[in-house]
Write a protein that binds this ligand. Structure first.
Ligand code: ZN
Length: 396
């Protein structure tokens, strides 16, 4: 048995306590906990403790992190970015296990201990990207837990053969299969959604669909997805990524749409894009529409932005939404921790017995202070193992 006893940490910024992790799982939280024989003991010196951060929308296979700077060369449209990426990625050696390891290390360094990542599946790379992400996660000893969405970045129906790849990915254990703008890219929303739902039903996979189409075209596709989710009994197993249409709806249309999404158990993951403005977040919560936050790709052929720090993403979200009161600012931290457990396939994720031993310590007065300054991660524990100290990786 391996045991780690963290003493004098302040869970969620509250009163000091000790936390015991045994064999990778939190087994006790209390005061003056005795250290089991052979336990490693670390004094947390009153630092504020959060559960490990959860990145619910990433693309760890796409990045050129760790390589010399690559100037962005594509058109700014979705189509332009797809074409640019397909033309350039081979020369950069993407996807590569090494680059994926570098991205995952950045996640861990910033306190992210689990991620839901989309991994490109297309006629060029087949399922190689998924194998490479799995190998990268293994190289890090499983410190970063990875949930995989097989993602048809180049389209589905418009590329005959991609559906078979998605089916194979699901058969070989991908947690979810993705989709991409059924109208905007495939120009056949009913066809793409029916085909994806069919695979999800047959293989028992979840669905996680990228929907950049905004406005009424996006809303229409959300309605099609709601119908199919309910009909196939996939409630609680379908997510919409980006879903820019949700930034566009207002008033009674928003209420009706969110009520239907909530009833169908369809969740939404966002990267809190600065240029899209607010979403009806309070109404989403009221209707039980699950919300996760993520970094999206960082430093890749789609966009040079991003550094993998979920505190910065949550801060963007809080700022865009205009959160001001302490409890609301704290809720942005809940979004990137305990409230997103199901996006990474967990029943619970908290500083509590039964949760994986994922802990992040920061030098902050309280939760709003921790979010607004996004301070250095003083200690990161992933699955009971110390992986970063004073903002840097250890034990590599
Ligand atoms: Zn994405």
């Amino acid at each position: 048995m391996t045991a780690l006893l963290l003493t004098s940490l302040r869970p969620w910024g509250g009163a000091p306590a000790d936390l015991l992790i045994e064999d990778g799982v939190i087994t006790a939280l209390g005061t003056d906990l005795p250290a089991p024989d052979g336990a490693r003991r670390v004094d947390a010196r009153g630092l504020l403790a959060l559960p490990g951060l959860l990145n619910t929308h990433a693309h760890v296979d796409k990045s050129w992190w760790g390589k010399p700077w690559v100037s962005y060369g594509g058109e700014a449209t979705t189509q332009g970015r797809i074409a640019h990426e397909r033309a350039e990625r081979g020369a950069l050696g993407i996807p590569s296990e090494d680059s994926t390891v570098r991205v995952m290390e950045e996640f861990l360094r910033h306190g992210t201990t689990a991620t839901r990542t989309h991994v490109d599946v297309d006629l060029g790379v087949g399922l190689d990207g998924i194998a490479s992400v799995r190998a990268a996660a293994e190289r890090l000893g499983g410190a970063l837990e990875v949930r995989i969405v097989a993602f048809p970045q180049d389209g589905v129906l418009r590329r005959p053969g991609v559906l078979d790849l998605l089916d194979r990915a699901a058969a070989e254990g991908a947690d979810a299969i993705g989709g991409l703008d059924p109208a905007g890219i495939d120009r056949d929303p009913v066809g793409q959604l029916d085909a994806l739902v069919d695979i999800a039903e047959r293989r028992g996979a979840e669905l996680d669909i990228h929907l950049h189409d905004g406005g009424s075209l996006g809303v229409f596709q959300l309605e099609l997805l709601i119908e199919r989710t309910v009909r196939a009994g996939l409630q609680g197993r379908v997510n919409v990524s980006h879903g820019f249409a949700l930034h566009d709806v207002t008033g009674s249309q928003a209420e009706e749409l969110l009520a239907a999404l909530g009833e169908a158990g369809i969740s939404w993951t966002s990267v809190a894009p600065l240029n899209r403005g607010r979403v009806p977040w309070r109404a989403m919560r009221a209707h039980g529409v699950g919300l996760g936050l993520g970094t999206d790709g960082i430093r890749d052929l789609w966009s040079p932005y991003g550094d993998g720090d979920m505190l910065r993403i949550a801060l963007n979200f809080a700022q865009i939404q205009g959160l001001r009161h302490d409890e609301e600012i704290a809720s942005a931290l809940h979004l990137i921790t305990r409230d997103s457990a199901r996006f990474v396939g967990r029943d619970q994720h908290n500083l509590a017995p039964g949760s994986r031993g994922d802990v992040v310590l920061v030098d902050a007065e309280n939760l709003p202070d921790a979010l607004l300054r996004a301070p250095r991660r003083e200690l990161v524990v992933a699955g009971g193992r110390i992986v970063a100290e004073a903002g840097e990786l250890v034990g590599r």
